[in-house]
Design a protein around this ligand. Structure first.
Ligand SMILES: C[S@@+](CC[C@H](N)C(=O)[O-])C[C@H]1O[C@@H](n2cnc3c(N)ncnc32)[C@H](O)[C@@H]1O
Length: 288
């Protein structure tokens, strides 16, 4: 029988619901904030051209901007007095609206102006090339988005090419030491989405790029996935498998295998009666 499974990315509204539940059940944003507070300030010291009167920042796949605003705050405190111009590339209109709301709510202390590009990174690249745009950036970040681009290699190559002197590119994605990597390696060929098991550092090695890499410990509480009828559990399962309505649409044998896999102690650990999946991230910093 042909599978009726649909990729999660085919429905932006549903995707967003699953992402919000994922954030509530994981330490994803917490571990990013820790990195921003503890490691990023030193990384940011050297960005910017001597004598330039402002800093240009680009966020690719910014979502609703919570992490981006933290980063902007850190950039400002490392370079006080320098105005920042921040470009946002984000295809989901709902996310852009939430980001704008957040700026209104929490961005008053920032000396930041914004350009909003509601589009995918590929369209942004195409548009810049068509317009012969020569703008360069002091800091570019791509946080948890490389799974969704057409070519990881081309995307990194393009955004690296638009770094200014002393510019830095920050990439955050799941670590190959996380639970995501073996999970996707095992099931990717049976899920409808393209591969989620990226090894960004290997791509960078193949491209001959040098970089610094940080491991950010993080967890997801996946207990609800095992509770039939739990709305959060179903949404979280959709996020893990990148399948819209996985529980309802996946073939029974695949569902059984996924639950069995996620429940095994070598794939998830038990803590205070909860089932915890490893969500460690890599932060990768590439210089110009
Ligand atoms: C997992 S979310 C991450 C959002 C945010 N960076 C964060 O960490 O909270 C992925 C984001 O990438 C966006 N996205 C998907 N494909 C994209 C593409 N080709 N170019 C730019 N952004 C993309 C999605 O709309 C979504 O907001």
């Amino acid at each position: 029988m042909e599978s009726s499974m649909k990729p999660l990315g085919s429905d932006h509204v549903h995707y967003l619901k699953t992402f919000k539940v994922f954030l509530e059940h994981s330490t994803e944003h917490m571990c990013m904030e820790k990195f921003i507070d503890e490691n990023l300030p030193d990384i940011l010291v050297s960005i910017g051209n001597k004598g330039s009167s402002s800093l240009n920042v680009l966020g690719v796949g910014s979502g609703s901007g919570q992490i981006d605003l933290k980063i902007l705050g850190r950039i400002q405190s490392k370079h006080p007095g320098l105005p920042i111009h921040n470009e946002v590339v984000e295809p989901n209109p709902e996310q852009i609206s939430s980001y704008k709301e957040l700026v209104k709510e929490k961005g008053q202390d920032l000396n930041v102006s914004f350009t909003w590009n509601q589009m995918r990174s590929e369209e942004y690249e195409k548009q810049n090339k068509e317009r012969n745009e020569s703008k360069k950036f002091d800091f570019i970040h791509m946080i948890q988005i490389l799974y969704y681009v057409e070519s990881v290699r081309d995307t990194i190559k393009y955004f690296h090419s638009i770094l200014d002197t002393n510019g830095k590119l920050l990439i955050l994605s799941v670590s190959d030491g996380s639970g995501w990597y073996p999970f996707w390696k095992r099931f990717a060929s049976r899920f409808p989405s393209s591969s989620l098991f990226l090894e960004v550092h290997k791509t960078l090695d193949e491209m001959g790029m040098t970089y610094q890499i940080y491991e950010l410990p993080s967890d997801i509480d996946i207990t609800d996935c095992f509770i039939e009828g739990s709305e959060h559990g179903e949404l979280l399962l959709d996020f893990l498998t990148e399948v819209k309505h996985f529980r309802k649409t996946a073939p029974a044998d695949l569902k059984d295998e996924v639950f069995q896999y996620l429940g095994q102690p070598q794939n998830s650990r038990e803590e205070n009666g909860r089932i915890i999946f490893n969500n460690n991230l890599h932060a990768i910093v590439i210089d110009n």
